[in-house]
Ligand binder design. Structure first.
Ligand code: NB4
Ligand code: NI
Length: 181
């Protein structure tokens, strides 16, 4: 199983690379990676398992965070109506997005960042996305609110972007505009 020691931290080059497309249908190895990533998220949200293995809780995890620079990420998160969005995606992308933006009130954190970085991270409020699932099915989803934010945070990892690159008043060398389609 994946634990915190498998997750690379800031400074690891994988976090700043553009991840490679996964060839489809996914290889057994890529499917196992994707499956383990989703399992990590479930474990991290289970109080007993999280305590036993010292897992920080997560709603998303991207392959570059395991040092694997491939376009794979997992999300396991519920929206405000308690709908569960539990997926591992290969080659996920945003098809279209709202003009309207949103953000998490208290800012974002990252399992690859062992410090708190205060500041608002602007995200699109609504996105239409597609990706290939563990079952090798191409799916299209409309996401809003937290699931949309999680998808954008994970997609950023596949493009070498860290959440603090997008903080309004952050003046680092990696400061990013939201992606133009
Ligand atoms: C990814 C998220 C950071 C902001 C918002 C939130 C948590 C992460 C990072 C957007 C994406 C991981 C991946 C949480 C969390 C709410 C739901 C259900 C019950 C506990 C769980 C806690 F853990 N971020 N952590 N950070 N990342 N909400 N929740 N709760 O997931 O670095 O790239 O179990
Ligand atoms: Ni992250």
């Amino acid at each position: 199983m994946i634990t915190m020691k498998d997750i690379v931290r800031e400074g690891h080059p994988a976090l700043r690379k553009m991840a490679e497309e996964v060839s489809l249908p996914p290889s057994e190895e890529d499917r196992e990676t994707a499956e383990k990533m989703l399992e990590f998220l479930k474990n991290s949200q289970d109080p007993e398992i999280a305590e036993k293995y010292n897992l920080r809780s997560g709603v998303g995890l991207a392959a570059p965070q395991l040092g694997i620079t491939k376009r794979i990420f997992a999300m396991h998160v519920t929206d405000d109506k308690d709908n569960l969005y539990s997926y591992s995606f290969f080659n996920p992308r945003i098809i279209s997005h709202s003009v309207e933006e949103t953000h998490i009130e208290g800012g974002e954190g990252c399992l690859s960042v062992d410090r708190e970085v205060p500041g608002i991270v602007p995200r699109y409020k609504r996105i239409k996305v597609e990706g290939t699932t563990l079952e090798n099915e191409k799916v299209t989803l409309r996401l809003r609110g937290l699931p949309a934010i999680v998808f954008q945070h994970e997609l950023d990892h596949l493009n070498g972007i860290m959440f603090y690159d997008r903080i309004d008043d952050y003046k680092g060398k990696f400061k990013k505009e939201l992606p133009k389609l």
